[in-house]
Design a binder for this molecule. Structure first.
Ligand code: CA
Length: 406
């Protein structure tokens, strides 16, 4: 298995080893300091940016910079990136530091010099994501919730931008007149800003409504026989209730989302973000607490969008796209995925083609970070693990996927 330059390290013993070894070293360090990690996470290292305080969020969300401030919390996930632990890990694997430094040059490329997103005339507003194998998971900091592994994803289409409030309203209004009575108003700072404050159940039903509105085959059903289209209520869907080959709209799976977010960079460079290794406000709408070396430039909420009342979202597509032509895959609003949160199934199955996630679990995965979140939460591998499918928040929205064009 070949990995590029970012994963080669040379340890003190002089033996050149792959990042796999570095990960093992880091994991040992992390395990030894697990208790410290727990304390650090809730203490100094993740004090909030201005945003949390100014919008009057609960104290716990302010100290944690919760990615989902209005949702109920479950057991707190392990967190391995506090600055002290990162320092220890870097001491054990100095090449990681060099890799991050090298990455800054890549990320500093101005938008005007970046590749122009490919045009996809067959399905306007969507990017064609090529099928194939990619490395999924945290290759940089060995987050135990996101161990890296190979996944094969079939070609699919991904909406280039987050679903806007205008799009939400159009389909919601149609849906209420056509068998979807409980689609909510949802939130949105303006018509071109992302829809937010919509639950997982809301967005799945909305996907079906949009499919029916456009006379496509819906993807979600309330029965395994796939005879009853999911239109109302809160059904705890499993993957047997999904027509994965339908031409209708659906949420991306977690694997699809991450492959799309990486934009093909996994083949040449283990990037932390959809464009490279560092993040700054010219690249994304996020909250820069300035405490990680991969956050550069102005701190706090994005200065251009911290106006009026929260949320401080930006119009969808306000920043440069990644190499697949996708916008806001880091920041603006977190994005619902199909999967239940759980351990990656590669640990229990050797078949890793188009995984649909675990069969059990209360929570659904969210990805990509938001205007409210610090950089770490905006990484391509970071997994939000406490998305109550009935809950909603003003920093959580979604984007659409399609298995095939008409
Ligand atoms: Ca986003």
């Amino acid at each position: 298995m070949a990995f590029p330059e970012c994963v080669d390290v040379e340890l003190a013993a002089g033996a050149e080893m792959r990042r796999r070894t570095t990960v093992a070293v880091m994991a040992a360090v992390m395990k030894a300091f697990e208790d410290f990690s727990h304390c650090a996470r809730f203490g100094k290292d993740y004090a909030s940016c201005d945003g949390g305080a100014k919008v009057g969020l609960p104290e716990w969300s302010n100290s944690m910079n919760s990615p989902h401030p209005k949702l109920p919390m479950k057991a707190l996930p392990p967190f391995l990136a506090c600055s002290a632990l990162t320092a220890l890990a870097l001491a054990a694997a100095p090449a990681l530091h060099a890799q991050t430094t090298d990455g800054e040059a890549t990320a500093s490329q101005p938008p005007s010099q970046q590749p122009k997103p490919p045009e996809r005339p067959e399905l306007p507003g969507f990017a064609a994501i090529p099928g194939g194998e990619f490395t999924m998971g945290d290759t940089l900091e060995s987050d135990r919730r996101a161990p890296w592994h190979k996944v094969n994803v079939s070609a699919f289409h991904m909406q280039q931008k987050e679903v806007s409030k205008a799009q939400w309203d159009e389909v919601r209004d149609w849906g209420r007149r056509h068998g979807y009575p409980d689609l909510p108003d949802g939130g949105g700072k303006a018509a071109k800003h992302p829809a937010q404050a919509v639950s997982w159940h809301d967005v799945v039903k909305w996907c079906n409504a949009k499919s029916e509105k456009e006379e496509l085959t819906p993807c979600y059903y309330t029965d395994a026989a796939q005879t009853a289209v999911y239109q109302t209520g809160k059904t705890d869907l499993d993957s047997t209730m999904v027509n994965w080959t339908a031409n209708g709209y659906r949420l991306p799976t977690e694997a699809e989302w991450e492959k799309a977010a990486r934009g093909g960079l996994d083949d040449e460079h283990c990037a932390r973000f959809p464009w490279g290794d560092t993040i700054s406000h010219p690249q994304a709408n996020f909250c820069n607490d300035g405490k990680e070396k991969y956050q550069t430039g102005t701190t706090g909420n994005h200065p251009a969008y911290q106006t009026g009342e929260a949320p401080f979202t930006s119009p969808v597509g306000s920043f440069a796209a990644n190499k697949y032509g996708l916008y806001d895959m880091a920041g603006n609003v977190c994005e619902w995925c199909w999967d239940r949160y759980g351990r990656y199934q590669w640990e229990v199955s050797t078949t890793q083609t188009d995984p649909h996630g675990p069969v059990e679990g209360r929570f659904r995965v969210m990805r990509g970070g938001s205007w409210y979140n610090h950089a770490y939460f905006c990484g391509v591998a970071y997994r939000y693990d406490f998305g109550d499918p009935s809950g909603s928040s003003y920093n959580v929205g979604f984007r659409l996927a399609r298995s095939s064009a008409p």
